[in-house]
Design a protein around this ligand. Structure first.
Ligand code: ADP
Length: 334
């Protein structure tokens, strides 16, 4: 018996793992970034030191966590995983830092969300490989300086601009991950289909790639929904029409826009007559946090030419008006 999830587009973190490539070779696309990273890691290995700290910036689902795990795998060192919101007090971070082994990778997801005091502790640890551990409480408390072995921090962030510059300056290598072009997503889908043992035609991968919003995580998720369709319909092989039928059931847009993307476009066009509209007004209108609209939704809409950021606010383009089925006014932005 298969349970059909009521929330088909929710994250599936557990099954994310089976599709994660383990080495750089298996990491699809982003050729320049891969070449840079390869050189950077090879140099560190040759010098037999832990490499400099690495910052990975970009929207969710583009492979930051995957890359961090690949780096640890390539260096053959253990990896410790935490995140900004998981560190509630500087002490939490101090105890992680003081237990790191030499050469270990410390991955901090959403590093821009570390509490202030933890941030300060972190950049001293990154620079000088030492941490002050507080012992006791109240007037009798004292701090004991502890020397740490060399280790590598890999920070991931969707908002590089929110990192204070002293912290940002401590990363020797910063990589910006960008949305994947359809050809790369096709390759990724072919690989995932092999791993999941799904028979799918090239044309079906083309259709899926187009609807994946430039994002590997979404491509993999849609592939699983298509697999459900194939199982229920007893298909030997998934073709392009199966993809279209399965995904229209889930209301996936032909351009890959999701519910929030469409809500944003509709709000700008219908409620603000195409804009300009400020971020906070827009976020209130669609009932989301401004940060989510800005970091998850807008980068893709801007890149695909649906939205333009101007000093006065966000403006919908001709393409946006047409996409939601409305006649654009004559003076609309192209
Ligand atoms: P992020 O940390 O940026 O939110 P993840 O690293 O968790 O993204 O990636 C989401 C999923 O997409 C992972 O399960 C991984 O399998 C897949 N993925 C991401 N980037 C790639 C890539 N370049 N090649 C193959 N799979 C990828």
């Amino acid at each position: 018996l298969r349970m059909v999830s009521a929330a088909p587009l929710d994250d599936e973190p557990v099954s994310d793992e089976e599709l994660r490539p383990q080495d750089l070779q298996g990491f699809i696309g982003q050729p320049r970034l891969k070449a840079q990273l390869e050189l950077f890691l090879a140099a560190a290995q040759k010098r037999q030191v832990a490499p400099d700290h690495i910052l990975l910036a970009g929207p969710p689902g583009l492979g930051k966590t995957t890359l961090a795990m690949i780096v640890a795998h390539e260096l053959e060192v253990p990896i410790r995983i935490t995140s900004g919101p998981a560190v509630q007090h500087a002490g939490d971070l101090a105890s992680i830092l003081s237990s790191l082994e030499a050469g270990e990778v410390l991955f901090i997801d959403e590093i821009h969300r570390l509490p202030r005091a933890a941030e300060e502790l972190l950049y001293i640890a990154m620079e000088d490989f030492r941490v002050d551990v507080m012992v006791g409480k109240g007037p009798g408390a004292s701090s004991i300086p502890l020397t740490l072995p060399r280790f590598t921090v890999i920070g991931a962030t969707t908002r590089e601009g929110m990192l204070p510059s002293p912290l940002r300056a401590r990363f020797g290598f910063t990589a910006h991950l960008d949305f994947y072009p359809p050809e790369e997503l096709e390759k990724l889908l072919e690989r995932s289909a092999r791993v999941l043992d799904i028979r799918i035609t090239d044309q079906a991968c083309v259709q899926l790639a187009q609807r994946s919003r430039g994002t590997p995580r979404i491509a993999n998720r849609l592939l699983r929904r298509v697999r459900d369709w194939a199982i229920v319909h007893d298909l030997q092989e998934v073709g392009p029409d199966d993809v279209k039928a399965a995904l229209s059931l889930y209301q996936i847009d032909s351009e890959g826009l999701d519910r929030l993307d469409l809500a944003v476009l509709n709000a700008i066009v219908r409620s603000f007559n195409g804009g300009p509209v400020g971020l906070n007004n827009l976020a209130a209108m669609v009932g989301e946090e401004a940060e989510t609209v800005e970091t998850v939704c807008e980068p893709y809409l801007v890149r695909e030419g649906f939205l333009v950021r101007t000093p006065k606010g966000r403006v919908a383009t001709k393409k946006a008006w047409e996409h939601i089925g409305l006649q654009p006014p004559d003076d609309v932005m192209k």
